[in-house]
Ligand binder design. Structure first.
Ligand SMILES: Nc1ncnc2c1ncn2[C@@H]1O[C@H](COP(=O)(O)OP(=O)(O)OP(=O)(O)O)[C@@H](O)[C@H]1O
Ligand SMILES: [Mg+2]
Length: 415
């Protein structure tokens, strides 16, 4: 497969060296079997480098995150690590027994029962029958009651959640030294996800290595020791999780998803979207961007400017606040409020929030303008501005909203 390699030091679990992977994209005409036969292997195609000279050391015992937008090459890199795909250039060396959970149901045989698939999978991962026998109950137990009940049914009758549960349960219970997981957790329910994360923690406490591909940026930032960011097949950043996640979010905001005009009626453009607390504090991030800092409960002003070439009657303006993992935290709009009857040329819209009741954390702000129905966006800028909420002495730190209530009771009666 690859050139002979010098052995890895124990401190490195996976060494990725100058890995490039191309998929040939054949032009439509040459996709037919007939054309391929006539042309032999010389059909016309475009080279499509999905991984481009990626080098990376994943430290032994670390939980390592891989982020990047759709199609950036994350799954391809993971498949190369798992030897499901072979890089065109470069090499990957893995220290220790590896198990991977990469595609939903990959490695399962649809006609076989859950039980038979456990044995099949275990064998593929290098376990003897006896070793699988010993682990069987643990596997089924972790997968949950639903899977246990269906264990003798053909696996093609399983729901996606059941697939993932069984697949994950096999992958973690064969005691791999290196575990690769690609996003699949999103399919499980919340309780299962929580158990999986707990399992990752046990894994790293045991000194095992986990590589995790995910779009759940706050979990990545919280769980991983290091994060790598792939874009267009290139490795852009490797480093401290929050810094890499922040850098990634910045391009998300100012790049591709920055402006989506969805309406047939042209002409309103939003700009200068901002949030400001009454104390106007800023920080500067690693990538040199200014980030507004507010405090839980502080008065906040949200602002946007608009510019239009033609008048619009009864436009609806809205702000959106998202957590870093993409949950919509708030979405105030001018429906039901005395918004402008008509806008012409340009202006600004401001929302004063008397008390910003977000728990401490990082958020993004976006803005949108809709037509009078409130259904068709004329311009929308999602997750454009990042801001931080701090809350020294703030007792509410979890969830999204701080309720800011007052506790009462006989034992609370201090003045
Ligand atoms: N088997 C394949 N044949 C041809 N092209 C492929 C193949 N697998 C992936 N690609 C292409 O490679 C690129 C990277 O795909 P990959 O699945 O690695 O992205 P990803 O980062 O995992 O994306 P996502 O976040 O959507 O899961 C995409 O442009 C995809 O279309
Ligand atoms: Mg993928």
């Amino acid at each position: 497969m690859s050139a002979p390699l010098s052995p890895l030091p124990d401190s490195v679990a996976i060494a990725v060296r100058n890995v490039s992977k191309e998929f040939r994209r054949y032009s439509v005409r040459n996709q037919s079997v007939k054309a391929a036969l006539f042309r032999g292997s010389r059909g016309t195609y475009e080279d499509n480098w999905v991984l481009d000279d990626v080098s990376l050391d994943i430290p032994t015992g670390s939980t390592f995150g891989l982020i990047g937008s759709n199609g950036s090459g994350k799954s391809t890199l993971l498949k190369c690590m798992a030897r499901i795909l072979k890089p065109n250039k470069g090499s990957i060396t893995v220290n220790g027994r590896l198990s991977a959970l990469i595609e939903l149901g990959a490695g399962f045989h649809p006609e076989l029962s859950g039980r038979e698939n456990v044995y099949l999978n275990g064998a593929v991962l290098g376990l003897r029958r006896k070793e699988i026998d010993q682990r069987f109950d643990r596997i089924i137990d972790f997968a949950g009651r639903q899977v246990a009940q269906a264990i003798d049914q053909p696996i093609k009758t399983y729901s996606s959640g059941m697939y993932v549960r069984l697949g994950f349960s096999i992958a973690v219970n064969v005691e791999p030294e290196v575990l690769l997981v690609d996003e699949v957790l999103a399919v499980g329910d919340e309780e299962f996800q929580r158990r999986c994360y707990q399992r990752f923690e046990e894994f790293s406490a045991d000194g095992r290595t986990v590589v995790l591909v995910s779009h759940g940026l706050s979990s990545v930032a919280a769980m991983c020791d290091q994060v790598a960011w792939l874009e267009g097949g290139k490795l852009l950043h490797v480093g401290q999780p929050q810094q890499v996640v922040d850098a990634y979010l910045t391009t998300l905001d100012f790049g591709r998803s920055a402006s989506v005009a969805v309406s047939a009626s042209p002409g309103v453009r939003l700009s200068n979207i901002a949030i400001e607390g009454s104390q106007r504090r800023n920080t500067v991030t690693e990538v040199g961007e200014q980030v507004a800092q507010l405090r839980t409960g502080e008065t906040a002003r949200l602002r946007m400017s608009y510019e239009t070439d033609q008048p619009h009657d009864l436009p609806v303006f809205a702000f959106s606040i998202h957590t870093l993992d993409g949950t919509l935290a708030a979405n105030p709009c001018t429906i039901g409020v005395a918004g402008p009857a008509r806008i012409e040329t340009q202006g600004t819209v401001e929302l004063e929030v008397p008390s910003l009741m977000l728990v401490p954390g990082a958020y993004t702000l976006g803005a949108a303008v809709f037509d009078s129905s409130g259904e068709h966006a004329i311009d929308r800028k999602l997750r454009l501005v990042r801001f931080e909420v701090t809350g020294e002495g703030q007792s509410e730190t979890r969830g999204i909203t701080a309720l800011g209530g007052h506790w009462h009771g006989p034992l609370f009666d201090r003045p």
